[in-house]
Write a protein that binds this ligand. Structure first.
Ligand SMILES: Cc1cc2nc3c(=O)[nH]c(=O)nc-3n(C[C@H](O)[C@H](O)[C@H](O)COP(=O)(O)OP(=O)(O)OC[C@H]3O[C@@H](n4cnc5c(N)ncnc54)[C@H](O)[C@@H]3O)c2cc1C
Length: 333
């Protein structure tokens, strides 16, 4: 198998002003570029010829975008280049948002988490058994939409221009937890920045996956102060390490001052083209089991998942309810 990289120019801006200047220049020159953080997702794609940038921009010299801090108003601000291993070990994260540390600890393996970043994890490319293959393996099938072809091997009736164009699965382990925590992204471009709530960031398509504009990068992830929300995350995968989630379920419970559950929230990864996220109020005197049943039904409906995983799709759908119940037990509800 030929895993030689195709040629590209390499840039490594030293610091944020240099990165902004480079993004402006590359935009002006209309160059096709890709940014690399830890490279643990991007490198395999470069080798498999799924992406072919003219310029590869390494973010590793932009130290301003790494690190974790609590702001005066209690917001937890995490640089996009913060390594997952540092999130797992961070006293601040464990103290303020332990579920994020736990979800980061479920990504891949210790070696990968030592390189992989939070920003890269939120942008990990959607996966499909037909396209995430070597170029040689891909010759068995006609090229699909994701590699400039004319078919989708998952949905044979799909036609060009119809959304979702591509059914490749969303697989980030940290996104569901950050969705429940109402995180927002600070997106940087040549000049200026904008804030986008994570719940408005992802799109229902395996190719046009999010609202990131050309030349924009994720600078920081901001999590508002915790307001009595407890979150738990667990994933279904063939092995405990290295495997992407076949299903990932984050469950949140908000309680009142007396400890009574006020709201149940659920977010999913690994099933569709984007993460799902719902909140269910628990009215005074309402039966919790009814609210849980409603949450399971809604999540199951979202999971119009196609067969493109080791686990049969019906099994993955059934496991949503099992995971919700297990999480509730761990959260003491
Ligand atoms: C064997 C293996 C197992 C894996 N298992 C898992 C798993 O279980 N769960 C999981 O979630 N992931 C898994 N991954 C995928 C990947 O390792 C992680 O998602 C990782 O967090 C990606 O981070 P990175 O910094 O390496 O991203 P990179 O590879 O550097 O980048 C990933 C994508 O994000 C873009 N990008 C990165 N940072 C920024 C930024 N700041 N602004 C704009 N764009 C940016 C890149 O251009 C690229 O498109 C696995 C990978 C491998 C090789």
């Amino acid at each position: 198998m030929n895993t030689q990289l195709s040629g590209f120019e390499f840039e490594r801006p030293a610091g944020l002003p240099a990165l902004r200047a480079l993004l402006t220049r590359l935009g002006r020159e209309q160059r096709r570029f890709a940014v690399a953080a830890g490279g643990t997702d991007l490198m395999p794609q470069l080798k498999q010829r799924l992406v072919a940038p003219e310029v590869l921009v390494s973010l590793n010299g932009v130290g301003e975008l790494a690190g974790i801090a609590v702001q005066d108003d209690g917001t937890l601000r995490i640089g996009a280049l913060t390594r997952l291993a540092d999130l797992v070990d961070s006293t601040l994260v464990r103290q303020h948002q332990p579920a994020l540390a736990a979800a980061a600890g479920r990504v891949a393996s210790p070696q990968i988490r030592n390189r992989a970043t939070l920003g890269g994890n939120l942008l990990v490319n959607n996966r499909c058994i037909y396209v995430n293959q070597s170029p040689l393996n891909r010759t068995v099938h006609a090229p699909c939409f994701k590699v400039d072809g004319d078919v989708c091997h998952i949905v044979k009736s799909a036609v060009r221009g119809q959304l979702p164009q591509c059914q490749a699965r969303f697989v980030s382990d940290t996104a569901p937890v950050l969705l429940l925590l109402e995180a927002r992204l600070v997106l940087l471009r040549g000049r200026g920045e904008r804030r986008v709530p994570l719940r408005r960031f992802y799109r229902n398509d395996g190719m046009e996956r999010n609202v990131l504009r050309p030349g924009e990068v994720i600078g920081w992830i901001e999590i508002p102060p915790a307001t009595g929300l407890q979150v738990d995350y667990d994933k279904l995968a063939v092995r405990n390490a290295l495997d992407f989630p076949s299903l990932g379920v984050a469950v949140g419970v908000r309680r009142d001052a007396a400890g009574q559950p006020l709201e149940l929230s659920v977010a999913l990864t690994g099933l569709g083209t984007h993460p799902g996220c719902w909140r269910h109020a628990i009215a005074d005197g309402a039966s919790l089991s009814k609210v849980v049943a409603k949450a399971c039904a809604r999540a199951g409906k979202f999971a119009t998942t196609y067969q493109q995983d080791f686990f049969p799709r019906d099994y993955r759908k059934k496991m949503i309810g099992v995971f919700i119940h297990r999480s509730l037990r761990r959260l003491g509800v």
